[in-house]
Write a protein that binds this ligand. Structure first.
Ligand code: 5CA
Ligand code: ZN
Length: 483
């Protein structure tokens, strides 16, 4: 019996990832003459479309309205909020010419859309009666990233940027909104079987222009951490900068409160990364473009081959009628073994083999992608068997991914233990913290890690000392090597 292996996946993750997105024809990266930009190929595009359907559903269900704002933001708008532009200054692409004509006002390719959305909100919203408002858009944003660019993970054109922007008449309501954002992302990642930890980013790593940032992080197979979503309370920073006031219930005028939260192509990269193995993709069945592949095994006479092919087609028809997305691989130029390899790389959740034996007995061979376990199933039971298998696969890959993430977290109370952890350099380190930047910076430097932030929701570190300065610890803080 074949079993899955995860050697390359783990020890050579970057190479594995580049290989798998090419092999499975998900995303063509690295061949375009502009760095940090790639192409969603047909198979990848279908995965992306299903993830976007889910993202839309989660936002729509909670009263968010989808919108579409201009890609170009005039410099005058982008510069309004000083912290914001300070944070993004060196990442902005500028449009300086229209044809041969230099532009009066430079235009930024949006790195994110707080500024132009706040501009419009200030025109549209005059009273608390119109609030809360929750908008979102799914667009490309452009960031001239200076860290090493990487397919789907650190792009300069982020093509699948879902940004939500909300506006409220009180701080309390904006705080409630941050909680809703967290709930949306929990549901998103849970649905995709993606494990995560939630941290409140430290002051020095919050979103440019925010009061604070809550981040979702996951652990990649090589032990490095990836930020897969963020929610920000923007306070009144942008509305003040735009001198945007609304009428409150008591008749007074004040600046409204805002939040924003975003996810990107990284969500899809993470589905690929956390569930895959050495053979390629392992897709959750509800996301898979093709859920069942039927492989005819042609042996014997022409007549026998015809029987096998007909049986394969008939199985496919039955499954399609039950709502499964099915493909019969009828290619004559490929041997069955090559077809197995081909569909395994593409992560098709279930394979059904049909040979002469199957035609005669009516008992089929079913193989699940996540474990490569094989089953013998009577033809008439196939649809219900596969439905149940989908459920098992969904549960199994999620549990497997969570097991890995949880086993990558190490909680320590001394620097000696932390140093030991750093020797292994895998996953997430949790330590008691006095909450002073100085101490976190020391840890960052000594262990060559980044501060992910404090455990969210807040967790007391009662009776413990900060391992750096010895002062009483306030809470737990996380560190990791990050992407
Ligand atoms: N306006 C806010 C909320 S939408 C914002 O831009 N937040 S962000 O900068 O944190 O980006 C949101 C998410 O996009 C991040 O959590 C990260 O998962 C993803 N992201 C950021 N930069 C990139 C990039 N260069 N490539 C791929 N994904 C990215
Ligand atoms: Zn300290």
């Amino acid at each position: 019996m074949t079993a899955i292996t995860r050697d390359r996946w783990r020890s050579n993750f970057s190479e594995w990832f580049d290989w798998v997105i090419e092999e499975a024809e998900v995303y063509d990266y690295g061949r375009y003459p502009v760095k940090g930009m790639g192409v969603w190929m047909p198979y990848g595009f279908q995965i992306r479309r299903r993830v976007l359907e889910l993202i839309r559903e989660l936002h729509d269900r909670r009263g968010h309205e989808e919108v579409l704002f201009p890609l170009l933001i005039p410099e005058t708008l982008l510069r309004k909020e000083s912290e914001h532009i300070r944070g993004f200054e060196d990442e902005v692409y500028w449009v300086t010419h229209g044809g041969l004509e230099p532009l009066d006002v430079k235009l930024a390719l949006r790195p994110t859309s707080e500024t132009n959305i706040t501009y419009y909100e200030s025109l549209w919203i005059k009273s608390y009666k119109q609030l809360p408002k929750k908008y979102y858009q799914i667009v490309s944003v452009f960031r001239y990233e200076t860290k090493a660019t990487r397919a789907m993970i650190r792009l300069r054109e982020v093509t699948t940027f879902k940004e939500a922007h909300t506006i409220h008449d009180s701080f309390e309501d904006s705080e409630r909104q941050v909680l809703e954002a967290i709930e949306i992302y929990r549901e998103l990642f849970d649905n995709l079987g993606i494990p995560y930890v939630i941290s409140r980013r430290p002051e020095w790593d919050k979103f440019a222009g925010a009061l604070y940032t809550i981040a979702f992080d996951t652990v990649m197979p090589d032990g490095r951490v990836l930020q897969i979503g963020t929610a920000h309370n923007l306070g009144q920073n942008f509305t003040r900068a735009f001198d945007f006031k609304i009428q409150l219930q008591d008749g007074s005028l004040d600046y409204p409160w805002q939040t924003s939260y975003g996810v990107s192509d990284r969500v899809i990269a993470t589905i690929i990364a956390v569930h895959g193995d050495d053979r390629g993709l392992v897709l959750p069945p509800h996301i898979a473009p093709i859920q069942v592949v039927v492989i005819p095994i042609p042996v014997g006479s022409e007549e026998e081959k015809r029987l096998v092919l007909e049986e394969a087609r008939s199985i496919s028809r039955v499954l399609e009628e039950r709502g499964f997305r099915v493909r019969v691989d009828e290619r004559e130029e490929l041997r069955p073994g090559a077809k197995y390899y081909y569909w395994e790389a593409r992560g098709v959740p279930v394979r059904v083999d049909v040979g002469l034996e199957e035609v005669k007995t009516g008992v089929l061979t079913v193989v699940r992608r996540d474990t490569l376990d094989r089953y013998k199933v009577a033809g008439e039971e196939l649809p219900s068997f596969i439905a149940k298998l989908f459920n098992d696969i969904t549960v199994n890959i999620k549990r497997r991914a969570w097991d890995y993430l949880l086993s990558s977290i190490r909680r320590v109370t001394s620097m000696d233990e932390a140093r030991e952890w750093a020797g292994e350099k895998r996953g997430i380190l949790e330590m008691p913290w006095c909450s002073r930047e100085e101490c976190a910076r020391r840890v960052e430097e000594e262990l060559e890690v980044k501060t992910l932030g404090v455990v969210w929701p807040f967790e007391e570190a009662r009776g413990l000392a900060c391992p750096i300065c010895g002062r009483p610890a306030v809470t737990w803080v996380r560190y990791a090597k990050t992407y």
